[in-house]
Write a protein that binds this ligand. Structure first.
Ligand code: PSU
Length: 305
């Protein structure tokens, strides 16, 4: 039995007890990844999309010394209105401190995987995972999301790693860590806002049931860790590489000039790219999250079938 301070929303507790499909959702994307009020609209629409897909959504966040698995509509709204400075951006390193101090915390991919696993959830949908930042050879900035995928048995559905990162290095690290990186429905890895990174995926699957079977097989083999499903953004929502890459370069140069470091890098880049694309990057980001939620619901259904 776990001693973890978990609070389950009634809808989630029922689904778990009845063995119905459940999809976990993170909260850093709400507090640090998107501006108000689009962040709330996104969070509500993602939950609705998962319900339409026949699964129960469980958005995860830390409040009042408890890990909340599934948020009430009021709690979701309050979280979306919390200024980034007032919510800790939680990863493996700071989850326990946040809980012990009774502070509000938004879970990244890494922390959401830990909490989902504690709650018995096997699938999690997000936008894009963190990874190896450009210039990591000097800064050593590598997201804890990668290590988490290597040790916690949750299948994460994302549109690849965020394209602000050094994608080839990110995939190399995942390979070293033994994390299965599975492109869904195409041979190449997606690049978050764009469908095709030009990099060939190590693995490809076309059927959610295969992805569910692979997760079960890892468990049967006693292999630690999860899987990353890299799901390309829908064609109509993508931003072509030649449009987004110069924008990313500009945002990166500004981040460097301003000395932005550590946990602040990703939120800074996402908000600058939002401004530079006049909101187009945010529209795409929301569409890719919805697309990942749809696939995650199908995988969750296959896992409980
Ligand atoms: N997906 C998005 N937007 C986000 C994130 C994911 O579409 O903001 C968040 C996730 O919580 C992920 C984090 O874990 O960005 C990565 O942050 P960092 O690069 O600092 O590890």
């Amino acid at each position: 039995m776990t001693q973890a301070p978990l609070t389950f929303a009634p809808e989630f507790a029922d689904a778990l007890a009845q063995g119905r499909p459940v999809v976990a959702l993170e909260s850093t994307i709400i507090t640090h990844g998107m501006p108000w009020p689009q962040n709330l609209e996104m969070a509500e629409t993602v939950e609705a999309t998962i319900r339409e897909g026949g699964a129960t959504p469980a958005t995860i966040a830390v409040m009042g010394g408890r890990i909340h698995v599934g948020l009430t509509p009021e709690a979701l709204r309050a979280l979306a209105q919390t200024p980034p400075a007032d919510a800790m951006k939680l990863s493996r390193a700071d989850l326990a401190v946040c809980l012990a101090n009774g502070r509000t915390g938004a879970t990244t991919v890494a922390a959401t995987m830990i909490c989902a696993h504690l709650a018995g959830i096997r699938v999690f949908a997000t936008g894009g995972i963190g990874g190896v930042h450009r210039g990591a050879e000097d800064s050593f900035d590598i997201s804890a999301d990668l290590q988490e995928l290597a040790q916690t048995p949750v299948t994460v559905v994302a549109a690849g790693a965020k394209a602000i990162l050094d994608l080839p290095k990110t995939w190399e690290v995942l390979e070293t860590l033994g994390v299965p990186v599975i492109a869904f429905g195409q041979d190449n890895l997606p690049a978050f806002w764009s469908r095709d990174s030009g990099l060939r995926a190590p693995l490809r699957m076309d059927d959610p049931a295969q992805i569910a079977a692979a997760a079960a097989m890892r468990a049967a083999l006693g292999l630690k860790g999860g899987q990353l499903v890299a799901n390309p953004i829908p064609v109509e929502a993508e931003i072509a590489q030649d449009v987004i890459l110069p924008v990313i370069e500009q945002a990166l140069a500004e981040a460097q000039a301003q000395g932005i470091a550590a946990k602040a890098v990703t939120p800074f880049l996402l908000s600058r790219i939002f401004e530079l694309t006049e909101g187009r990057s945010l529209d795409s980001n929301i569409q890719l999250v919805l697309n990942n939620a749809r696939l995650a619901a199908r995988i969750a259904a296959a896992m409980t079938a």
